[in-house]
Design a protein around this ligand. Structure first.
Ligand SMILES: *Cc1c(COP(=O)(O)O)cnc(C)c1O
Length: 461
């Protein structure tokens, strides 16, 4: 079975690690639409964005032209603590499935935060520190982003204030304690400590919170506190830029062994890991140098690409953030309460939205019980206990491998294994006890979300 002498795990040498991030926007003919100021509907200027984000990150956010952006030495040094991430040939899964497909995954869970989010957390913390700021604020849902950011901030001596979606705060006390171990302060959201939090609590007493709401709180604190800025773990173009480290490393490793993937699969919440993984491959496709099949996988209960609309929308519930043009379910959309699998953001990266809109990428939605079945199947043969988010990609990778079994095709399948699932044991428990259910929003459910999307000339008319 080892006919090509491809090892189970391909690790790059430290000297082979990327020194630059790749900015896929440089190769896009149709650039992602700019962020708009919700008051004027004009593109956000660097100055306006600078109130919320630190200066270097504003530059990266607005940079549609520079193909490569140097990774500062200090960030590269931090990356060496947990990178290069292994590219794994899933020989055991292939054998179990009896498929002629060759399956690879890039594993990003080898760090305490348990996900790829650290790749951008350290970059954002670095630029904040470099600008002489005192601290940053952010939101976290499941907790991976808050954990990653608290690790990065403690490394760089930055204060870190995390607004954690209340239901996660209560359901995942251990996540909270990991963040506090790294020195972060963690507040359940919505909270009484911000104006927008008080407003949301007044309108929806007893709400268990949402990502969009936590974002509003974190932004309010950042913009009202001297020496603070806000940072976001996904969706933004700067985040996808930092996450390109995943794809660039993968490409170097694959090129080294002469492997070319036919299909590249990633789970899609806000789009950062998928965008990061596919970036260099998408670049080749955009430049006409190669063709790949890209598949974004999202939960059927939060189907922004497969059932959302492509429009300018609010990024947060409190409507304090700029408008982004993206595939969206509306900022008021909240997945049904039984949804346990993460990836619950209502929108999607503007870059990925544009690429999807232009036909460069496919999207599929999958139901959570099928996702947990795939997760368990994977864990039992590959050993790694996957995060529910990552398991969306596993599910579709297995589907594609089974198609190959039917047709006899020896396709090469690459997917992103974004993290581990140790903090998701309540969800696994529900699955094992047979209590996990699927809920697919009705058109009517979705319409309620769409009704909250702003109407203005050229948008939703
Ligand atoms: C946050 C997270 C995701 C989804 O975020 P993207 O920005 O879409 O990548 C996926 N997997 C894990 C493990 C995560 O923590």
């Amino acid at each position: 079975m080892n006919e090509n002498k491809i090892p189970y795990k391909i690790y790059l040498e430290e000297s082979e690690m990327p020194k630059e991030w790749y900015n896929v926007r440089a190769d896009m003919k149709n650039k992602p639409a700019p962020l708009l100021n919700p008051a004027t509907l004009e593109p956000m200027t660097a100055e306006e964005l600078g109130v919320v984000f630190c200066d270097e990150l504003v530059k990266q956010e607005l940079d549609n032209d520079n193909r490569y952006i140097e990774i500062p030495q200090k960030i590269r040094d931090f990356y060496k603590m947990y990178r290069p991430a292994p590219l794994v040939r899933a020989y055991c899964l292939e054998e179990k499935l009896q498929t002629p497909a060759k399956i690879y995954y890039k594993f990003e869970g080898n760090n305490t935060s348990g996900s790829h989010k650290l790749n951008s957390a350290i970059a954002q913390a670095y630029y904040a520190r470099d600008q002489g700021l005192k601290g940053v604020t952010t939101e976290t849902g499941a907790g991976q982003w808050g954990t990653a950011l608290s690790m990065a901030c403690s490394y760089l001596d930055l204060d870190c204030q995390v607004y954690m979606v209340k239901c996660s705060y209560e359901q995942k006390p251990f996540r909270r304690e990991v963040m506090r171990t790294y020195g972060a302060s963690v507040t359940p959201s919505p909270s009484e400590s911000t104006e927008v939090g008080r407003k949301i609590l007044a309108e929806h007493p007893g709400t268990s919170g949402s990502l969009g709401c936590a974002i509003s709180e974190a932004v309010e604190v950042a913009t009202h506190t001297e020496g603070y800025r806000y940072v976001l773990g996904s969706v933004l173009s700067q985040v996808m830029l930092h996450q390109s480290i995943i794809g660039v490393e993968t490409k170097i490793a694959m090129d080294k062994y002469g492997i070319k993937p036919d299909i590249i699969i990633g789970c899609a919440g806000g789009g950062s890991n998928l965008g990061g993984l596919i970036s260099p491959f998408m670049g080749e496709q955009l430049r006409g140098e190669a063709v790949y099949q890209f598949i974004a996988v999202e939960p059927a209960s939060c189907p922004s690409l497969t059932r959302g609309v492509f429009a300018y929308d609010y990024c947060d519930t409190g409507m304090v953030c700029p408008l982004a043009k993206m595939y969206t379910l509306g900022s008021g959309f909240i997945p049904s309460a039984n949804h346990a699998g993460g990836l619950r953001y209502h929108g999607m990266s503007s870059i990925l939205s544009q690429l999807y809109h232009d036909g460069y990428m496919e999207a599929r939605s999958v139901e959570q019980t099928a996702v947990f079945e795939a997760a368990e199947q994977f864990a039992r043969v590959e050993g790694i206990l996957p995060a529910p988010e990552s398991s969306h990609a596993i599910k579709v990778a297995i589907d594609e491998a089974m198609k190959c079994k039917e047709t006899g095709e020896e396709k090469t399948i690459l997917f992103g294994l974004t993290g581990t699932g140790y903090f998701d044991m309540y969800a696994y428990e529900k699955f094992h006890d047979g209590l996990m259910t699927d809920y697919i929003p009705t058109d009517e459910d979705l319409k309620a979300g769409f009704d909250g999307i702003p109407r203005f000339p050229g948008n939703m008319e």
